[in-house]
Design a protein around this ligand. Structure first.
Ligand code: UDP
Length: 358
């Protein structure tokens, strides 16, 4: 057991981290040190012989983070505040966690010559060019390619772009260390992963989670499904199991193919408008989960400012070009939109019913 590679998973308690931890432990080829301020999503894994869980805030300045980096073979950095509502309400916290604190992790990796798998975001692509010019959404140029697409943000006063900008700058710092041959890194740009353990429902705790949880909450409680600015933006959703499969291949890094590469991980075929997602979820809920007599939520429109506050601006369309992941990792998604949406809904419904019974 002591010969297994040691992976330090920072931010392991989040949606991606918890699913990745579970998969790495199930495969039994790694020893995992999971670090997070919250271990709730890891509950099923705690006690596993190959897992050590540290309930720790990576912002602590007690030297323990550097020691952890020094003592592992590979660092996977998932530490992030990745929620559009927070970009609008807490822009400085978003900047400091997503840039300043992540930069410390990167610098520890440089110092101790450790490979890092750095999670970034598809938000670095920003908006499509045509989206800025206000042309027809259907004509907007996509998909985005890791090494050739421009990164286009809105004006500074629309401060939601602080997250995308922080992540973009972090990527550029990694690239610069690579240019000086001081860091072995791989950057992952996730495109809207969904599945079991994603987010919380807005009825469960305060905050403003991502769209899937809002729609799910509306379906479970019969409240309106709100389409921000008409739900005209597009997203392409990826099943977390498909995403984790890609991430494990990146962790394994066969023949060093991932060295200093950026990978889009996403499912271009699973594109839908947000309006389309609302209708699909309502239809699937009706087909699979609605109890007789339960209300059918209406679909209403709200403005971005009303929903998020001032400083919001949407990413109009994001489709990944995944040819690099296919060519270098032999990876492709297996779940279509309907099945990933249904499975994620089932997770919420089951959880909701269990809670209601207890
Ligand atoms: N959105 C919506 N209704 C909601 C929550 C979000 O129409 O209740 C929209 C939001 O404006 C964006 C899309 O759904 O166009 C996806 O937002 P999400 O919060 O899931 O995060 P993102 O994909 O932008 O990271």
């Amino acid at each position: 057991m002591s010969d297994l590679p040691k992976v330090l998973l920072l931010g392991a308690g989040g949606f991606i981290g918890a699913n990745l931890t579970e998969r790495l432990l199930a495969e039994g080829r790694h020893r995992v040190t999971a670090v997070d301020i919250d271990g709730e999503k890891l509950e099923g894994q705690l006690g596993h012989a190959h897992l050590s869980f540290h309930r720790q805030d990576i912002r602590d300045r007690d030297g323990s983070l550097e020691e952890l980096v020094r003592d592992h073979d590979l660092v996977v950095d998932l530490v992030a505040m990745a929620n559009p509502s927070l970009y609008v309400t807490n822009p400085l916290d978003v900047f400091h966690l997503n840039f300043t604190e992540n930069l410390r992790i990167v610098e520890h990796c440089v110092q101790h010559s450790k490979r890092i798998v750095q999670f970034s975001t598809c938000e670095v692509y920003g908006r499509t060019v045509a989206g800025v010019l206000g042309e027809d959404p259907a004509e907007r140029p996509c998909p985005f390619h890791e090494d050739s697409s421009p990164l286009i943000m809105g004006p500074v006063r629309n401060h939601r772009w602080i997250y995308a900008s922080a992540k973009q700058l972090l990527e550029r710092v990694l690239h610069a260390y690579g240019l000086e041959d001081r860091l072995d890194y791989t950057i992952v740009r996730p495109f809207n992963f969904i599945g079991p353990r994603i987010d919380y429902l807005p009825s469960e705790k305060s905050g403003n989670p991502r769209v899937f949880s809002h729609f799910m909450n509306a379906l479970l409680y019969g409240t309106p499904m709100k389409l921000v600015d008409g739900g005209r933006s597009y997203r392409a959703y990826t099943h977390i199991d498909d995403a984790v499969e890609a991430i494990v291949r990146i962790v394994d890094n066969p023949g060093g193919v991932c060295r200093r590469e950026i990978f889009n991980i996403g499912t271009p075929e699973n594109e839908t408008s947000i309006r389309g997602l609302a209708h699909l979820m309502r239809e699937l809920f009706d087909e699979h989960f609605r109890c007789p007599g339960d209300p059918v939520p209406e679909i209403v429109e709200v403005s971005g400012e009303e929903f998020y506050g001032r400083g919001y601006e949407d990413c109009d369309r994001r489709i990944p070009d995944v040819s690099k992941a296919r060519d270098l990792l032999g990876w492709g998604s297996r779940h279509d939109l309907r099945s990933v949406v249904l499975e994620t809904m089932r997770y919420f419904v089951d959880r909701h019913r269990r809670r209601a019974e207890s």
